[in-house]
Design a protein around this ligand. Structure first.
Ligand code: NDP
Length: 322
């Protein structure tokens, strides 16, 4: 391991809309932020095509271009954007304490504040045909991509609140929606199930799994399997949405930060404060409900403001509010 230790005011981990928005605000507040992009620079939006629901882009923008623009905006105010993964971290318990991170298992870095915006990763079924057709009609975000299937027949996999919400969202846009639930019941709340059951162009199939996604370049159909009888059947659809949950990228913080039972970081009240002083969380890593680029950006802004206030209080030796 290298001996050189760099000390910075503000370390931002993760480069999605939350991380870059935090960087824009932190840089403008003269905190000289350093952002480590992680393995997927730009985050989840780089895996989507058109982003049509981010305010300020009347014609829409493709996800990768939007992330390049956010990066450029953050750099314009002096953010240092570095490729690299934070592979381990030791967060201080002390107000004004120094947090110690290791980049790519080799470089030590010390930070007065840390903004975590490592996001969450959508889970997929893991079928080779599904992976091959990602971007060709297979999506993990109905709100992002549903519009492209206007008037068409689509299917969605999952039985939780996300699948329930997204299937009714899709039913408003598409001709017909088939919801595929692997058990004999849904896990979604009763209210959400009620909404699903009262949507006329939405059919729920229980005990049903995807055996294969059919299509060469784009999705043309599904081969389904009934997991009770083993019976197989093909249906024609043009879009397949996967809504089987997300995994927050919080492994390196386990045992240090308070998280819920599924690994999302818990923030205090309306703020982005975590249980460690000077450590803030923004974006999907602390939000399993809204998960939109615009909401992630909003909490990124909040995290930078919270970090700035924290530093000001530490520097003036005021009592730091827990
Ligand atoms: P959940 O983990 O709650 O549900 C995942 C669903 O996907 C389950 O029905 C599960 O089936 C199914 N599933 C998992 N793996 C597979 C697979 N390989 N094949 C087929 N089906 C599979 O995730 P959600 O994203 O729905 O919700 C996450 C959290 O966010 C929850 O706490 C939820 O309440 C909350 N949320 C709240 C909303 C709201 O209040 N408006 C909106 C969206 C989410 P099984 O049941 O068989 O395990």
């Amino acid at each position: 391991m290298s001996e050189k230790v760099e000390r910075i005011k503000c370390l931002i981990i993760g480069s999605g809309p939350a991380g870059y928005t935090a960087a824009i605000y932190a840089a403008r507040a003269d905190m000289k932020p350093v952002i480590y992009t992680g393995l997927e620079p730009g985050g989840q939006l780089t895996t989507t095509t058109e982003v049509d629901n981010f305010p300020g882009y009347p014609e829409g923008i493709d996800g990768p271009s939007m992330m390049i623009q956010l990066q450029q905006q953050a750099e314009r105010f002096g953010t240092e954007v570095r490729m690299g993964m934070i592979t381990s971290i030791e967060l201080s318990d002390e107000v004004g304490g120094i947090h110690k991170a290791v980049v790519d298992n080799t470089t030590n870095i010390e930070a007065e504040t840390v903004i975590i915006s490592t996001g969450a990763t959508a889970k997929y079924l893991g079928l080779p045909s599904e992976q091959r057709l990602r971007g060709g009609g297979v999506s993990a975000c109905a709100v992002c991509d549903g519009f492209f299937f206007k008037g068409q027949d689509v299917a969605i996999v999952g039985g939780g609140d996300t699948a329930a919400e997204e299937s009714t969202y899709l039913a408003n846009i598409c001709n017909k929606v088939t919801l595929l639930v692997r058990k004999g019941e849904m896990r979604a709340s009763k209210a959400m199930q009620h909404r699903v059951n009262n949507t006329p162009n939405l059919e729920v199939r229980y005990y049903t799994e995807v055996d294969e996604v059919l299509g060469d370049q784009v999705v043309e159909g599904l081969r389904l399997v009934n997991n009770q009888t083993g019976e197989k059947e093909e249906i024609k659809i043009t879009g397949l949405f996967i809504a089987i949950g997300h995994k927050p990228n919080t492994d390196i913080f386990k045992g240090q930060l308070e998280m819920d039972e599924t690994g999302y970081i818990i923030t205090k009240g309306k703020s982005t404060k975590t249980n460690k002083p000077g450590v803030f969380a923004s974006g999907d890593v602390q939000d399993k409900e809204y998960r939109q680029a615009i909401t992630a950006a909003g909490t990124g802004c909040m995290a930078a403001l919270d970090a700035e206030r924290y530093l000001a209080a530490v520097e003036s030796k005021e009592e730091v509010e827990a």
